[in-house]
Write a protein that binds this ligand. Structure first.
Ligand code: ATP
Ligand code: MG
Length: 509
């Protein structure tokens, strides 16, 4: 078992003061899974020391709650170890409000403490043989191999771990009635751990029967679990599980209204099936939270605006309606403003039309202003997910690739990324002053030739070198200067075309 030295330090200190200390919770589960993708996100320790006693042993700590959890600062460079939480053994009290236990009662043994935990795979404790390590000084920031350890596993969590089953500790009904958030935690875990994890039958049944308990849970806590589900590669599995267990109706009833809503001759799936399939693609492609949420919600307005039935049904304005409904959902769930604003924009414009032959640069610029150029890549990703979610074979057809090419081209042009006279370290006025010239075409000609020089030799882009070249140009007869100017401008046009070809190549158009 590989244990960070910071954790061993803490366990040693507890043991030197004659207290018990165990590694508990999600990190034990993650350690036993031996999956490199599931390394512990945080480390929790349980002890029989009381909060005051913990603080006496670890002066650099904070105790700011009533749950017996003291946060220890470790000076570790590893963000998962900077703060380690030590919690006094607890047993669960009565939950009259279905949210918090009425009173925290401390327990005497680790076994009692494990009883209050939610799922069998989270209810294991690791006891290390710290005796042998006691007097060794440890280097900070290293992991040490610990050979002597004991797993305390009264609910057969290890067995469920190998069988990939989420099972409530003890009576699932009681568990969920104590804390309704566990309803979502079960599904979140089933998604986070990996695709083939499932929820044990009785536990699943109890989630369904207790789904209304979610109404006692704060929107913020629901939102956090919802985000965690959406951010796993198994997001679509999570949404289907939320639906199957009736939890989706508690979180986003608007989404369940799309179930069974058929579309028209252009679609093979109902709105609901299309939405979760779109999300599935976005999650598998590891796209941003906003692209995932948009994929899930983009057609949520369709049931409200549907006209007609069968192959000719229409959904005019569903993008407006959808943006409005999504705004309501995201506000209700207290999503941060930048997230909801982006999602609302992406839904509002997900129907953008692009035709390589017809769409003008001006139309693209207008779209860029409306959606925001920082969101345009994600808009194309939404379109990809939308296509795959509709059953199309190709995510990025010629048209969509061509759209991205045009966007990049328009952006380069409007943002002046292409080389222009502006990059020169000398301007027309400088030339007029230096060489006593009259304003006129001669100035433009000299500048064009200088730009060409600089594009070939960027190191010449300084006042001294440019003036030296200009000095020679000023002496030339007009027709010779014009000839040189034409040549320079032709080379410049070639360069722009080359740039365009490069962007085209990037998008295979
Ligand atoms: P994560 O990987 O998100 O950290 P975790 O299982 O470690 O998952 P934490 O929120 O860190 O979750 O909680 C640590 C442990 O505390 C859990 O493993 C579980 O034993 C217990 N626990 C957390 N929340 C609950 C809850 N709502 N009900 C019962 N036990 C809980
Ligand atoms: Mg944890």
């Amino acid at each position: 078992m590989q244990i960070p030295s910071e954790i061993l330090d803490i366990l040693n200190k507890l043991s030197q003061s004659n207290f018990e200390g165990y590694i508990v919770g999600g990190c034990v589960r993650d350690l036993l899974m031996k999956n490199p993708h599931h390394t512990p996100k945080d480390w929790d320790i349980a002890t029989n020391a009381l909060p005051e006693q913990i603080q006496a042993i670890f002066p650099d700590s904070v105790y700011e709650n009533n749950f017996g959890t003291v946060a220890i600062k470790t000076e570790s460079k590893d963000p998962t170890l900077k703060i380690v939480e030590i919690t006094t053994f607890r047993k669960e009290g009565k939950y009259t409000d279905k949210r918090h236990p009425d009173k925290i009662k401390f327990a005497k043994t680790i076994e009692e403490d494990l009883c209050r935990r939610d799922f069998t795979i989270n209810a294991m404790a690791l006891s290390l043989e710290t005796q042998n390590l006691k007097h060794k000084t440890q280097k900070r920031g290293s992991k040490l191999l610990v050979a002597n350890y004991k797993i305390i596993d009264p609910f057969k969590g290890q067995k469920d771990l190998t069988k990939k089953i989420i099972r409530a500790v003890g009576n699932p009904h009681e568990r969920f009635q104590e804390d309704g958030l566990r309803l979502m935690r079960a599904i979140r875990l089933a998604c986070e751990l990996s695709a083939d994890w499932r929820i044990e039958e009785q536990t699943l049944k109890a989630i369904k029967e207790n789904s209304s308990l979610l109404s006692f849970i704060s929107k913020e806590r629901i939102r956090d679990e919802f985000i965690k589900i959406i951010e796993t590669p198994q997001a679509a599995k999570g949404i289907l599980l939320l639906e199957e267990t009736n939890l989706l109706k508690e979180i986003t009833p608007e989404l369940t209204k799309t179930i069974g809503v058929t579309q028209n001759k252009h679609h093979i799936y109902t709105v609901w099936e299309h939405l979760w399939r779109s999300l599935d693609y976005a999650a598998k492609k590891n796209y941003s939270l906003e692209v995932r949420l948009t994929s899930l919600f983009h057609d949520i307005g369709k049931p409200q605006v549907k006209q007609g039935e069968g192959k000719d049904a229409t959904f005019y304005g569903h993008e407006w309606q959808g943006a409005k409904i999504a705004a309501r959902i995201l506000n209700r769930l207290k999503f941060p403003r930048n997230t909801s604003e982006k999602v609302i924009k992406l839904i509002r414009y997900h129907q953008f039309v692009y035709d390589p032959e017809i769409t003008t640069d001006a139309a693209i610029r207008r779209l860029l202003v409306k959606v925001g150029k920082e969101n345009i890549k994600e808009l194309a990703q939404v379109r990809e997910a939308d296509r795959i979610g509709s059953g199309c074979p190709k995510a990025l057809p010629f048209r969509l690739r061509h759209f991205l090419f045009r966007v990049e081209k328009v952006l380069k042009e409007t943002e002046g990324e292409q080389p222009s006279l502006k990059i020169l370290e000398i301007n027309g006025n400088d030339l007029i002053r230096k060489f006593n010239l009259e304003p006129g075409p001669k100035i433009g000609a000299i500048l064009s030739i200088l730009l060409e020089e600089v594009l070939d030799n960027p190191q010449k882009n300084n006042k001294k070198d440019l003036e030296k070249i200009a000095e020679e140009l000023v002496k030339l007869p007009d027709d010779e200067l014009q000839r040189k100017q034409k040549l320079a401008e032709k080379k410049y046009r070639n360069l722009l075309e080359e740039e365009e070809t490069k962007i085209k190549k990037k998008y295979y158009v």
